[in-house]
Design a binder for this molecule. Structure first.
Ligand SMILES: Nc1ncnc2c1ncn2[C@@H]1O[C@H](COP(=O)(O)OP(=O)(O)OP(=O)(O)O)[C@@H](O)[C@H]1O
Length: 237
């Protein structure tokens, strides 16, 4: 279970003339559903909300807890339970060669080197990517990198996956592959997306606007609320 306890991010004013900036207004949430989507306009606060779940961003007010661990004070415990898939895969792929990156994710679970290599290949094969094992990550296409990054984060085996716009670089077939892969996972998955069909597949969706959660409920209703917000300027119009 993920809990936001009046958690928000307000940035202090940089000059006396400026007002403090609310990136995410304090919110209280219990996030237990298997699939939760976060939707909203560019700059609305989606990534900030996601990053608070694994402690990449600490709230300036309130707390966020994952399985009872405070994300700001117990970051190590939290990150061993929460995998994070970045929008830009190069933010996360740290080794120069694909299989080496996956093997790095497997270092804790597979102490034996041969077993680790075999597990890395199996992780790639799960998404039909074994042919990329020896390739440099810099020579991959954006979409290939995004799928390899998914393999890498899944190989680490945390029980919660947070994904920030995981389909942005993918073509139609790979978009479906990624969505089906996420669907089939046992892990809880929380993802931000601008793809409203993808969002509608979730069990619950949060709609963020101007740093406020303006709708929280069944995904199809959240998508409809977002369309009303864009069209009429209000989720209730
Ligand atoms: N540390 C920070 N300092 C200054 N501004 C910040 C900081 N973190 C976030 N912001 C601003 O807060 C707003 C929300 O950012 P966030 O990345 O959460 O948006 P988003 O909804 O994920 O947007 P997008 O859909 O474009 O990825 C943006 O205007 C961003 O520039």
């Amino acid at each position: 279970m993920i809990r936001f306890n009046s958690a928000g991010l307000v940035l202090p004013a940089e000059t006396p003339e400026q007002e403090p900036r609310t990136v995410l207004a304090p919110c209280t949430l219990a996030l237990g559903e298997r699939r939760i989507a976060v939707i909203g306009a560019n700059g609305s606060g989606k990534s900030t909300l996601l990053r608070m779940i694994n402690g990449l961003v600490s709230p300036s007010t309130g707390t966020v807890q994952v399985h009872g661990f405070d994300t700001a004070r117990q970051a190590k415990e939290v990150r061993s339970r929460v995998g994070f898939l970045f929008t830009d895969p190069l933010s996360q792929l740290v080794m120069p060669v694909v299989c080496e990156d996956i093997e790095l994710s497997l270092k804790t679970s597979h102490k034996n080197r041969d077993a680790r290599s075999a597990a890395a290949l199996a992780a790639l094969a799960r998404l039909g990517l074994e042919h990329l094992a020896e390739r440099s990550i810099y020579d991959l296409s954006g979409g290939e990198r995004q799928l390899v990054a998914l393999c890498s984060v899944l190989a680490a085996g945390q029980d919660i996956l947070v994904a920030d716009e995981p389909t942005t670089l993918l073509d139609l077939a790979n978009n479906e592959l990624l969505q089906d892969t996420l669907d089939a996972l046992d892990q809880q998955v929380i993802y931000a997306t601008h793809d409203l069909d993808f969002a509608a597949r979730a069990d619950r969706a949060l709609l963020v606007s101007g740093g406020h959660i303006v709708f929280d409920g069944p995904a199809a209703e959240a998508v409809a609320a977002y369309r009303r917000l864009v069209k009429y300027g209000s989720v209730t119009a």
